[in-house]
Design a protein around this ligand. Structure first.
Ligand code: SF4
Length: 330
Protein backbone atom coordinates (compact mmCIF):
# COMPACT_ATOMS: atom_id res chain seq x y z
CA UNK A 1 0.00 0.00 0.00
CA UNK A 2 2.63 2.47 -1.05
CA UNK A 3 1.65 6.11 -1.19
CA UNK A 4 2.89 8.73 -3.55
CA UNK A 5 5.59 10.98 -2.23
CA UNK A 6 5.16 14.32 -3.88
CA UNK A 7 7.89 16.85 -4.24
CA UNK A 8 6.84 20.46 -3.99
CA UNK A 9 6.69 21.96 -7.43
CA UNK A 10 6.00 25.35 -8.92
CA UNK A 11 2.40 26.48 -9.13
CA UNK A 12 2.31 25.79 -12.80
CA UNK A 13 3.29 22.18 -12.25
CA UNK A 14 0.33 21.49 -10.00
CA UNK A 15 -2.05 23.33 -12.26
CA UNK A 16 -0.79 21.37 -15.26
CA UNK A 17 -1.25 18.09 -13.44
CA UNK A 18 -4.79 19.05 -12.48
CA UNK A 19 -5.57 19.92 -16.08
CA UNK A 20 -4.15 16.65 -17.32
CA UNK A 21 -6.10 14.70 -14.74
CA UNK A 22 -9.31 16.48 -15.64
CA UNK A 23 -8.66 16.04 -19.34
CA UNK A 24 -8.18 12.33 -18.79
CA UNK A 25 -11.40 12.18 -16.83
CA UNK A 26 -13.28 13.99 -19.56
CA UNK A 27 -12.31 11.52 -22.23
CA UNK A 28 -12.30 8.36 -20.19
CA UNK A 29 -15.22 8.40 -17.81
CA UNK A 30 -17.17 11.45 -16.89
CA UNK A 31 -17.36 13.62 -19.94
CA UNK A 32 -15.94 16.46 -17.90
CA UNK A 33 -14.21 18.98 -20.11
CA UNK A 34 -12.20 22.09 -19.63
CA UNK A 35 -15.19 24.29 -20.39
CA UNK A 36 -16.61 23.10 -17.10
CA UNK A 37 -16.33 26.01 -14.64
CA UNK A 38 -15.40 23.54 -11.96
CA UNK A 39 -12.51 22.28 -14.03
CA UNK A 40 -11.40 25.81 -14.73
CA UNK A 41 -11.40 26.65 -11.08
CA UNK A 42 -9.33 23.57 -10.39
CA UNK A 43 -6.92 24.66 -13.09
CA UNK A 44 -6.36 27.93 -11.37
CA UNK A 45 -5.27 26.36 -8.13
CA UNK A 46 -2.44 28.40 -6.74
CA UNK A 47 -0.95 26.13 -4.16
CA UNK A 48 1.66 23.45 -4.08
CA UNK A 49 1.27 20.07 -2.41
CA UNK A 50 3.34 19.55 0.70
CA UNK A 51 5.93 16.80 0.48
CA UNK A 52 5.20 13.53 2.24
CA UNK A 53 2.96 10.51 2.55
CA UNK A 54 -0.67 11.57 2.38
CA UNK A 55 -3.24 10.85 5.10
CA UNK A 56 -6.74 11.84 4.00
CA UNK A 57 -9.20 12.53 6.80
CA UNK A 58 -12.61 10.95 6.20
CA UNK A 59 -15.58 12.60 7.87
CA UNK A 60 -17.93 11.02 5.36
CA UNK A 61 -19.80 14.06 4.13
CA UNK A 62 -19.69 16.22 1.01
CA UNK A 63 -16.30 17.71 1.71
CA UNK A 64 -14.71 14.35 2.37
CA UNK A 65 -15.88 12.89 -0.92
CA UNK A 66 -14.94 15.96 -2.94
CA UNK A 67 -11.54 15.97 -1.25
CA UNK A 68 -10.88 12.38 -2.29
CA UNK A 69 -12.01 13.01 -5.86
CA UNK A 70 -9.71 15.98 -6.10
CA UNK A 71 -6.76 14.05 -4.71
CA UNK A 72 -7.37 11.41 -7.35
CA UNK A 73 -7.64 13.93 -10.16
CA UNK A 74 -4.34 15.40 -9.10
CA UNK A 75 -2.85 11.98 -9.75
CA UNK A 76 -2.06 11.27 -6.10
CA UNK A 77 -2.62 8.14 -4.05
CA UNK A 78 -3.12 8.51 -0.28
CA UNK A 79 -1.13 6.28 1.98
CA UNK A 80 -4.13 6.01 4.29
CA UNK A 81 -7.70 7.30 4.62
CA UNK A 82 -8.74 7.66 8.26
CA UNK A 83 -12.25 7.95 9.63
CA UNK A 84 -12.50 8.76 13.32
CA UNK A 85 -15.71 7.19 14.58
CA UNK A 86 -17.32 8.41 17.83
CA UNK A 87 -19.82 5.56 17.56
CA UNK A 88 -23.02 7.21 16.36
CA UNK A 89 -22.77 8.23 12.71
CA UNK A 90 -25.81 8.47 10.53
CA UNK A 91 -26.91 5.30 8.77
CA UNK A 92 -26.55 7.08 5.44
CA UNK A 93 -22.92 8.01 6.11
CA UNK A 94 -21.99 4.41 6.89
CA UNK A 95 -23.96 3.13 3.91
CA UNK A 96 -22.25 5.62 1.61
CA UNK A 97 -18.83 4.67 2.89
CA UNK A 98 -19.41 0.95 2.43
CA UNK A 99 -21.60 0.83 -0.67
CA UNK A 100 -20.53 3.86 -2.70
CA UNK A 101 -17.03 4.74 -1.65
CA UNK A 102 -15.60 1.27 -1.11
CA UNK A 103 -15.89 0.33 -4.81
CA UNK A 104 -14.87 3.83 -5.87
CA UNK A 105 -11.73 3.67 -3.72
CA UNK A 106 -10.90 0.23 -5.11
CA UNK A 107 -11.32 1.53 -8.65
CA UNK A 108 -9.07 4.45 -7.90
CA UNK A 109 -6.38 2.22 -6.43
CA UNK A 110 -6.86 3.96 -3.10
CA UNK A 111 -6.70 2.18 0.28
CA UNK A 112 -9.92 1.29 2.06
CA UNK A 113 -11.13 3.56 4.83
CA UNK A 114 -9.44 2.86 8.15
CA UNK A 115 -11.93 3.40 10.96
CA UNK A 116 -10.42 4.43 14.28
CA UNK A 117 -12.19 4.94 17.59
CA UNK A 118 -11.43 6.11 21.06
CA UNK A 119 -12.73 2.95 22.66
CA UNK A 120 -10.33 0.81 20.64
CA UNK A 121 -7.33 3.10 20.92
CA UNK A 122 -7.78 3.46 24.65
CA UNK A 123 -7.00 -0.25 25.02
CA UNK A 124 -3.45 0.61 23.97
CA UNK A 125 -3.10 3.33 26.62
CA UNK A 126 -2.78 3.10 30.36
CA UNK A 127 -3.79 6.66 31.24
CA UNK A 128 -7.49 6.24 30.42
CA UNK A 129 -9.96 3.69 31.68
CA UNK A 130 -13.42 4.39 30.24
CA UNK A 131 -13.88 2.24 27.15
CA UNK A 132 -16.96 3.85 25.67
CA UNK A 133 -18.45 5.69 22.73
CA UNK A 134 -19.40 9.35 22.92
CA UNK A 135 -22.97 8.27 23.57
CA UNK A 136 -21.71 5.97 26.31
CA UNK A 137 -19.92 8.89 27.96
CA UNK A 138 -23.14 10.90 27.87
CA UNK A 139 -25.02 7.99 29.45
CA UNK A 140 -22.45 7.55 32.19
CA UNK A 141 -22.35 11.23 33.08
CA UNK A 142 -26.01 12.06 32.35
CA UNK A 143 -24.66 14.76 30.08
CA UNK A 144 -24.59 15.95 26.50
CA UNK A 145 -21.79 16.13 23.94
CA UNK A 146 -19.56 18.96 25.09
CA UNK A 147 -20.34 21.08 22.07
CA UNK A 148 -23.79 21.56 23.61
CA UNK A 149 -22.07 23.45 26.43
CA UNK A 150 -20.00 25.49 24.02
CA UNK A 151 -16.84 23.40 24.16
CA UNK A 152 -15.32 21.18 21.50
CA UNK A 153 -14.00 18.41 23.68
CA UNK A 154 -16.24 15.79 22.10
CA UNK A 155 -14.56 16.20 18.74
CA UNK A 156 -11.12 16.41 20.32
CA UNK A 157 -11.60 13.33 22.48
CA UNK A 158 -13.55 11.15 20.05
CA UNK A 159 -12.16 12.21 16.67
CA UNK A 160 -8.82 13.94 16.86
CA UNK A 161 -7.25 12.02 19.74
CA UNK A 162 -7.98 8.50 18.43
CA UNK A 163 -6.67 9.50 15.00
CA UNK A 164 -3.44 10.75 16.51
CA UNK A 165 -3.15 7.71 18.78
CA UNK A 166 -3.80 5.31 15.92
CA UNK A 167 -1.06 6.89 13.82
CA UNK A 168 1.37 6.65 16.72
CA UNK A 169 0.91 2.89 16.62
CA UNK A 170 1.70 2.56 12.91
CA UNK A 171 5.22 1.54 12.10
CA UNK A 172 5.29 3.43 8.80
CA UNK A 173 4.29 6.63 10.60
CA UNK A 174 7.01 6.19 13.18
CA UNK A 175 9.54 5.61 10.40
CA UNK A 176 8.48 8.80 8.65
CA UNK A 177 8.81 10.83 11.82
CA UNK A 178 12.11 9.19 12.75
CA UNK A 179 13.41 10.20 9.35
CA UNK A 180 12.36 13.77 10.00
CA UNK A 181 9.50 13.69 7.49
CA UNK A 182 6.04 15.01 8.19
CA UNK A 183 2.88 13.24 7.08
CA UNK A 184 0.62 15.33 4.86
CA UNK A 185 -2.86 15.52 6.37
CA UNK A 186 -5.32 16.28 3.56
CA UNK A 187 -8.30 18.02 5.16
CA UNK A 188 -11.55 18.82 3.36
CA UNK A 189 -12.22 22.44 4.31
CA UNK A 190 -13.76 24.43 1.49
CA UNK A 191 -14.19 28.05 0.47
CA UNK A 192 -17.34 28.37 2.58
CA UNK A 193 -15.18 28.06 5.68
CA UNK A 194 -11.66 29.25 4.81
CA UNK A 195 -11.16 30.52 8.35
CA UNK A 196 -10.83 26.94 9.54
CA UNK A 197 -7.62 26.39 7.61
CA UNK A 198 -4.39 26.86 9.53
CA UNK A 199 -0.79 26.73 8.33
CA UNK A 200 -0.07 24.31 11.18
CA UNK A 201 -1.69 22.52 14.11
CA UNK A 202 -2.15 24.01 17.57
CA UNK A 203 -0.68 20.95 19.27
CA UNK A 204 3.13 21.18 18.98
CA UNK A 205 3.51 17.39 18.85
CA UNK A 206 0.97 17.11 16.04
CA UNK A 207 2.60 20.04 14.34
CA UNK A 208 5.96 18.30 14.40
CA UNK A 209 4.47 15.20 12.80
CA UNK A 210 1.97 16.52 10.26
CA UNK A 211 1.60 19.27 7.76
CA UNK A 212 -1.96 20.26 6.84
CA UNK A 213 -3.05 20.40 3.22
CA UNK A 214 -6.41 21.78 2.06
CA UNK A 215 -7.03 20.58 -1.52
CA UNK A 216 -10.54 22.06 -1.71
CA UNK A 217 -9.31 25.49 -0.70
CA UNK A 218 -6.39 25.23 -3.10
CA UNK A 219 -8.85 24.46 -5.89
CA UNK A 220 -11.15 27.29 -4.87
CA UNK A 221 -14.11 24.99 -4.29
CA UNK A 222 -17.06 26.07 -2.17
CA UNK A 223 -19.84 23.75 -1.02
CA UNK A 224 -21.67 23.99 -4.33
CA UNK A 225 -18.43 23.30 -6.16
CA UNK A 226 -17.88 20.21 -4.02
CA UNK A 227 -21.37 18.96 -4.87
CA UNK A 228 -20.68 19.62 -8.55
CA UNK A 229 -17.39 17.76 -8.37
CA UNK A 230 -19.12 14.75 -6.80
CA UNK A 231 -21.84 14.83 -9.45
CA UNK A 232 -19.22 15.05 -12.20
CA UNK A 233 -17.76 11.81 -10.85
CA UNK A 234 -21.14 10.13 -11.26
CA UNK A 235 -21.61 9.78 -7.50
CA UNK A 236 -24.64 10.73 -5.42
CA UNK A 237 -24.32 13.35 -2.74
CA UNK A 238 -23.42 11.83 0.63
CA UNK A 239 -25.13 14.63 2.56
CA UNK A 240 -23.74 15.75 5.86
CA UNK A 241 -21.87 13.56 8.31
CA UNK A 242 -22.05 14.04 12.07
CA UNK A 243 -23.06 12.20 15.20
CA UNK A 244 -26.80 11.55 15.04
CA UNK A 245 -27.27 13.47 18.29
CA UNK A 246 -24.93 16.34 17.42
CA UNK A 247 -26.07 19.55 19.12
CA UNK A 248 -25.01 21.36 15.94
CA UNK A 249 -27.78 19.67 13.94
CA UNK A 250 -30.08 22.09 12.18
CA UNK A 251 -33.82 21.79 12.55
CA UNK A 252 -34.01 20.07 9.18
CA UNK A 253 -31.27 17.64 10.21
CA UNK A 254 -33.14 16.73 13.37
CA UNK A 255 -36.16 16.01 11.24
CA UNK A 256 -33.99 13.90 8.93
CA UNK A 257 -32.63 11.88 11.85
CA UNK A 258 -36.17 11.37 13.16
CA UNK A 259 -37.31 10.18 9.73
CA UNK A 260 -34.27 8.18 8.59
CA UNK A 261 -32.76 6.91 11.87
CA UNK A 262 -35.67 6.48 14.30
CA UNK A 263 -33.61 4.41 16.74
CA UNK A 264 -30.89 7.02 16.78
CA UNK A 265 -33.50 9.72 17.29
CA UNK A 266 -34.97 7.83 20.23
CA UNK A 267 -31.46 7.53 21.67
CA UNK A 268 -30.97 11.30 21.34
CA UNK A 269 -34.34 11.93 22.98
CA UNK A 270 -33.35 9.79 25.92
CA UNK A 271 -30.06 11.66 26.16
CA UNK A 272 -31.91 14.96 26.21
CA UNK A 273 -34.37 13.84 28.90
CA UNK A 274 -31.61 12.34 31.03
CA UNK A 275 -29.44 15.44 30.93
CA UNK A 276 -32.15 18.05 31.43
CA UNK A 277 -32.38 17.96 35.26
CA UNK A 278 -28.66 18.59 35.54
CA UNK A 279 -28.40 21.52 33.15
CA UNK A 280 -27.32 24.77 34.78
CA UNK A 281 -28.47 26.84 31.81
CA UNK A 282 -31.23 24.92 30.03
CA UNK A 283 -32.14 28.02 28.03
CA UNK A 284 -28.81 28.00 26.27
CA UNK A 285 -27.63 24.42 26.68
CA UNK A 286 -29.31 21.56 24.85
CA UNK A 287 -29.18 19.33 21.83
CA UNK A 288 -30.91 21.94 19.68
CA UNK A 289 -28.42 24.75 19.35
CA UNK A 290 -30.23 25.62 16.14
CA UNK A 291 -33.22 26.88 18.12
CA UNK A 292 -33.52 30.27 19.84
CA UNK A 293 -32.59 30.54 23.50
CA UNK A 294 -35.14 28.88 25.71
CA UNK A 295 -36.07 26.32 23.06
CA UNK A 296 -33.09 24.02 22.94
CA UNK A 297 -34.36 20.84 24.59
CA UNK A 298 -34.88 18.10 22.02
CA UNK A 299 -37.41 16.21 24.13
CA UNK A 300 -39.50 19.34 24.70
CA UNK A 301 -39.52 20.12 20.98
CA UNK A 302 -40.50 16.55 20.16
CA UNK A 303 -43.37 16.69 22.63
CA UNK A 304 -44.70 19.84 20.96
CA UNK A 305 -43.50 22.10 23.72
CA UNK A 306 -42.29 24.87 21.47
CA UNK A 307 -45.43 26.10 19.70
CA UNK A 308 -44.76 28.74 17.11
CA UNK A 309 -41.31 27.47 16.22
CA UNK A 310 -40.94 27.56 12.46
CA UNK A 311 -40.99 24.17 10.74
CA UNK A 312 -37.66 23.31 9.18
CA UNK A 313 -38.75 24.14 5.66
CA UNK A 314 -39.56 27.71 6.68
CA UNK A 315 -36.66 28.12 9.06
CA UNK A 316 -33.97 26.97 6.69
CA UNK A 317 -33.19 30.37 5.29
CA UNK A 318 -32.18 31.50 8.72
CA UNK A 319 -30.07 28.44 9.34
CA UNK A 320 -26.79 27.19 8.10
CA UNK A 321 -27.04 24.90 5.10
CA UNK A 322 -27.83 21.36 6.05
CA UNK A 323 -24.69 20.13 4.32
CA UNK A 324 -22.41 22.39 6.33
CA UNK A 325 -19.95 20.10 8.09
CA UNK A 326 -20.05 19.76 11.81
CA UNK A 327 -17.54 22.06 13.42
CA UNK A 328 -15.44 19.08 14.28
CA UNK A 329 -15.51 17.49 10.84
CA UNK A 330 -12.04 16.48 9.75
S1 SF4 B 1 -20.33 15.49 15.32
FE1 SF4 B 1 -21.07 16.91 16.93
S2 SF4 B 1 -21.42 15.59 18.75
FE2 SF4 B 1 -20.12 14.43 17.31
S3 SF4 B 1 -18.01 14.83 17.96
FE3 SF4 B 1 -18.53 16.36 16.39
S4 SF4 B 1 -19.30 18.20 17.53
FE4 SF4 B 1 -19.33 16.42 18.92
Amino acid sequence: MGGAVISPGPETELAARAVLALDDESTDRNGLDLRNPLALRTMTTNSTIPEGQILVTYGGGVNTIANLILVRRLGLVPRVIVMAFPGHERTRTIWYRDEIMAPWLAGAGFPTVTVVSRWEEILHRTKFKNVETLGGLCERTAGLPSVAYGWKRCSFNFKRAPSVWWAERQEWCRKEWAAGRKIVKAIGYDMDEPQRARPGFDDPVENARYVPWYPLLDAGLDRAGCEALIASEGLPSPGKSACTFCPNNTLREWEEVRRDDPEAFAYALEMSRRAAPGLQNPDTTGLMRCNPKGKRQLHVWTEGGYPGLLPASEADDAEVQSTTPCECAL
